[in-house]
Design a binder for this molecule. Structure first.
Ligand code: FES
Length: 240
């Protein structure tokens, strides 16, 4: 195979399927998403995958690349090839496959709802803007966590989700942590009750795969540890 051609093994099918091999021209600064897009636009129009922003904002393009979950629009082919001429692209793990590289994210986002991931304020449109001090302890604790783009990479690499499919997972718990630290929110008690059950924060084994792989460099392990401490201390006092 010519040096300017890349061999792309791409998953085809649903949970049952197989890899198809495509030859894709190498380009300067080529991303993994560029490879998938080339296959779909020039070789097989029936290939299904998901993307939107192409600039690392929407979180929709995550896939397994050579066995590692990544955001494909921000992953250069040169970074994952490491001297090889072949790349393997598969759907994220821990999620049902709808078709090819598109996974069903329903359970992932339902868990955000189960973790009470919706903001509940007490103000109305007639009130003045609520002000949050950027230097406050709560805002600083939640700062990194608010950068989550919902890509599902952390969920895909979480061994606890694999072993215990009911586990809320790193992203939903990280979302809960950001709201627990939001001084405008008035549903903290309900949220802490929602994340302290058997499927919640205390099931996390702190293996840290979520933190290692998060493309936004968020540390869901930190958020989950915060929830563990808070829920445990309230339980000891009889407040939870
Ligand atoms: S396409 Fe939006 S994050 Fe990759």
């Amino acid at each position: 195979m010519a040096a300017d051609v890349l061999k792309a093994k791409v998953w085809r099918g649903a949970d049952q399927g197989s890899f198809e091999v495509y030859e894709v021209p190498r380009r300067a600064s080529q991303t993994v998403l560029d490879v998938v897009t080339y296959v779909q636009r020039h070789i097989d129009h029936t290939l299904s995958y998901r993307f939107s922003c192409r600039v690392g904002m929407c979180g929709s393009c995550a896939m397994n690349v050579n066995g590692i979950a990544r955001w494909t629009c921000r992953t250069h082919v040169s970074k994952v090839l490491k001297g090889r001429s072949e790349i393997e692209i598969a759907p994220l793990s821990n999620l049902p496959v709808i078709k090819d590289l598109a996974t069903d994210m329903t359970t992932f986002f339902d868990k955000w709802a189960r973790a009470k991931g919706q903001f509940h304020g007490s103000k109305t449109r007639h009130d003045d803007f609520a002000r949050v001090d950027p230097a406050s302890k709560e805002r600083v604790a939640a700062a990194d966590g608010t950068e989550c783009i919902g890509c599902g990479v952390c969920y895909s690499v979480c061994d606890v989700v694999t072993w215990k499919p009911d586990f809320l997972g790193p992203a939903a718990l990280n979302r809960a942590w950001t709201l627990v630290n939001d001084v405008r929110d008035v549903a903290v008690k309900e949220r802490l009750e929602a994340v302290s059950g058997d499927a919640g924060c205390h099931s996390c084994h702190t293996q840290g795969s979520c933190t290692e792989r998060c493309p936004k460099h968020i540390a869901p392990s930190f958020s989950i540890a915060g929830l563990k401490v808070l829920t445990a201390s309230l339980a000891v006092k009889g407040d939870l």
